[in-house]
Design a protein around this ligand. Structure first.
Ligand code: 9MR
Length: 546
């Protein structure tokens, strides 16, 4: 009897231990692994269509380790490179970690390579979509390690995903010899991470929205695939933010890629998510010289000729009013025009990439506001720009412009201060001055795109944020938020938008230096609260804050 009991206990222990073990040993699955030492290209193919001269070759003369690597040669387009199927069953939120080595020995001393994905859809008639995920700087004649993570976006209509390496995109007629260089890859590995390793939102911390409720709403910029409530990223957004804007999905090229053909799918997803979760929704941007479709500035009969003044006016009015009417009662605030001021004084012209002023004069700004107001008398209409907080002349230009608009009864309600700043500049005092200056005109201020780079300039080399970087950043977020609170108490502002929920998707990971990762936001790449978050929410939690 005793023996049986002991055996039973032992068995139970074993089962329990097995349970613990299996709970702990997660399953990472290697989905692609090639060292090319077996002389085979594995599942890799070249991207050029059949008949393209581009070739994949096993090269035993050049290798990182082992006896061979994969060479891509006879390239004639920037997008020529090796491609591999990652999965034929895309699952939203799956995270793939990859690593490998890349090498080239012709052309410039430094060369950027891009890691990209191609997706197909369950509907076989739907065109494949391509996206650049990460870029890497390599040095001529040296093997450079490439590493990163790719998270499958939340699109229920997608099916297959391929991964590939290429050079930064250029139109075929702009390709030079430097874009056609051979390159080599070796020791490539793609691992599907166990779900247990995926970033998880911290549930046991205060949330930003409630903490700041007495002063202003706090919002963030999102991509359409970040608003799927089944995903942790959306949980992070819902927990902390009570206002929403699209990082890209509401721009002119996304909304009207062809004249008269409006694409609402992604735009709607973001607005609907905002409505469902009770967030304040902003629109960025009804007009902008960047991320605008090519047809907008072309004569419909001859794309080499510029659009006429009348037609451009008509196109702008249609674009603005179609959007504003559609989202009346849902979108409460619009960036009507974006970045219309020059960095050198006055208006932005063709010399700084914009044809709007050259073709239409400053009237296009005034008209845009009038058209938006006609379409929705209640929406807040914002004129948005960058460096207002750091460039005194530009700030004054904005002041003068808004003053002129108000005098001419142009319905402008607020100045949008983007606030893309860094750990080193501008000073907190300048930020306060900027808010006060615009508020003195009797309009509101909206902080539209705040983030804070850890780098002082483009010359700083890529680094993992140090404890000091994070502390300096926390101190500045604390001080600047104190300025916002004081401004809110004076009725100058009631909305602050952060340009992204967490560091993993910040635009600064690739700008102004390709492939240099940054850490400008309140949550890190694994969605954990950074010192900057605590500096806003409970400064006693961060040692070293003043
Ligand atoms: O965050 C956006 C990034 O994903 C785009 O690649 C980039 C290029 O146009 O635009 C970024 O957003 C910009 C915004 O629309 C206007 N102000 C500056 C923002 C950062 O560049």
């Amino acid at each position: 009897m005793r023996k049986t009991k002991m055996l039973f206990v032992l068995l139970a222990l074993l089962v329990a231990a097995g349970g613990i073990l299996s709970a702990q040993t997660f399953k990472n699955v290697t989905v692609i692994k090639n060292s090319f030492d077996d002389g085979k290209v594995g599942g890799w193919a070249h991207r050029g269509h059949p008949g393209s001269e581009e070739k994949l070759i096993i090269d035993t003369a050049v290798k990182k380790v082992g006896s061979a690597s994969l060479k891509i040669t006879n390239r004639t387009k920037t997008w020529h490179g090796p491609i591999h199927l990652l999965t034929d069953n895309a699952v939203a939120g799956d995270v793939y970690a990859f690593s490998g080595w890349i090498y080239y020995n012709q052309g410039p001393e430094n060369q950027a390579f891009t890691f990209s994905v191609e997706r197909s859809f369950k509907d076989p008639n739907e065109a494949h979509k391509y996206a650049n995920i990460l870029s890497f700087q390599a040095k001529k004649g040296e093997w450079t390690q490439i590493k990163g993570e790719y998270t499958v976006g939340a699109d229920p209509t997608q099916k297959n995903i391929w991964v590939y390496f290429e050079l930064p995109y250029k139109a075929d007629d702009l390709v030079t010899d430097n874009d056609k260089i051979d390159f080599w890859v070796d020791e490539i590995e793609f691992i599907k991470l166990d779900p247990a390793l995926k970033p998880k939102v911290q549930l046991d911390i205060p949330n930003l929205g409630d903490t700041l409720y007495d002063w202003f709403s706090i919002g963030t910029a999102v991509n359409p695939d970040e608003v799927d409530p089944s995903q942790q990223k959306a949980q992070l957004i819902m927990k902390h933010f009570n206002a929403l804007v699209a990082g890209n999905a509401h721009k002119m090229d996304a909304i009207q890629p062809q004249e008269g053909k409006f694409e609402w799918r992604d735009a709607d997803r973001i607005v609907e998510f905002g409505m469902l979760t009770g967030m304040r929704v902003r629109w960025h941007s009804l007009q902008w010289h960047q991320q605008a479709p090519a047809w907008l500035m072309q004569d419909p009969k001859d794309p080499n000729k510029r659009v006429s003044k009348d037609l451009l006016n008509q196109r702008l009015k249609t674009h603005i009013q179609t959007i504003v009417k559609r989202y009346k009662g849902q979108v409460e605030s619009y960036d009507v025009v974006n970045e219309v001021l020059s960095d050198k004084g006055g208006f932005r012209t063709a010399a700084e990439g914009s044809l709007w002023y050259d073709i239409l004069g400053k009237e296009f700004i005034f008209n845009s506001f009038k058209w938006a107001r006609e379409a929705d008398p209640y929406a807040q209409l914002v004129i948005n720009d960058y460096n207002l907080e750091s460039d005194k002349r530009k700030r004054q230009d904005m002041y003068n412009l808004v003053k002129e608009m108000l005098a001419a009864k142009v319905p402008v309600d607020a100045v949008g201060i983007q606030m893309h700043i860094s750990n080193t500049a501008p000073s907190v005092a300048e930020i306060k001055e900027t808010i006060d200056l615009f508020a003195s005109l009797g309009v509101q201020v909206v902080i539209t795109e705040m983030d804070m780079s850890i780098y002082a300039s483009a010359n700083d080399a890529k680094r993992t944020p140090t404890a000091n970087d994070l502390l300096v950043q926390a101190q500045r977020y604390k001080d600047i938020f104190a300025v916002y609170k004081a401004a809110a108490e004076k009725g100058q502002l009631d909305l602050v938008m952060i340009w992204g929920p967490s560091d993993d998707t910040s635009w600064l990971n690739d700008f102004p230096v390709r492939g240099r990762t940054d850490a400008p936001l309140l949550f890190d790449t694994r969605f954990q609260a950074k010192p900057a978050f605590w500096a806003i929410v409970d400064p006693s939690k961060v040692k070293g804050l003043r």
